[in-house]
Design a protein around this ligand. Sequence first.
Ligand code: CA
Length: 235
Amino acid sequence: MSKATILVIEDEAEIREMLRFSLERADYEVLEAETAEVALDKLQGRLPDLLLVDWMLPGISGVEFIRRLRKDELTANLPAIMLTARGEETDKLKGFDCGADDFLTKPFSPKELLARIKALLRRSGSQDSETLVAGIMTLDLGQHQLNINGEAVEIGPTEYRLLEFFLKKQNRVYSREQLLDRVWGRNVYVEERTVDVHILRLRKLLTPYGCDTWVQTVRGAGYRFTPEQVADTQA
Ligand code: CA
């Protein structure tokens, strides 16, 4: 089981504090950034599941921040809720489409906030509900649970993220560098052979189910995940 992570970008410490309190009580993991610049830096690591972005920020504004994210392949689809203050002409803001998925006007109740977050997470197909399937394998993203042939399989956090990525991008070749970018995050200084280590572990845990061959080495190019027919071992 793992919690959905929410990155809060808000310059007012009191509001950040309040948001953290409400979100943690609802069992979310909370990351904070007091400016968009800090947030951009944090996004070079592992991506959160959702962003709460204050519109009025010192430096890069919330609008500009979300625009930048949408231009980057890695963050283009990251769910984002924009927080605006009353009187900040939210309607106008909505009109010129900065790429936010939803808007919330301050002051709002924790209940309202949590309802919007839940709805957006569901809509964006992350955490809450989605299950990825390949042949006899299912990965429940809400429960962080891998099942093969209906059997729960123990999986480490990195192998989990690797498998999640592969299940979303089946039958396509990715270089070690691309996998590092997408699974480990940019600017995370790990060597390319780290990928090989985790690929090896992933294959090992898939071996008893005959799915290890789904994780294929493409010589000179990288790795590819291709589900194949598995002989039915259960009589
Ligand atoms: Ca502000």
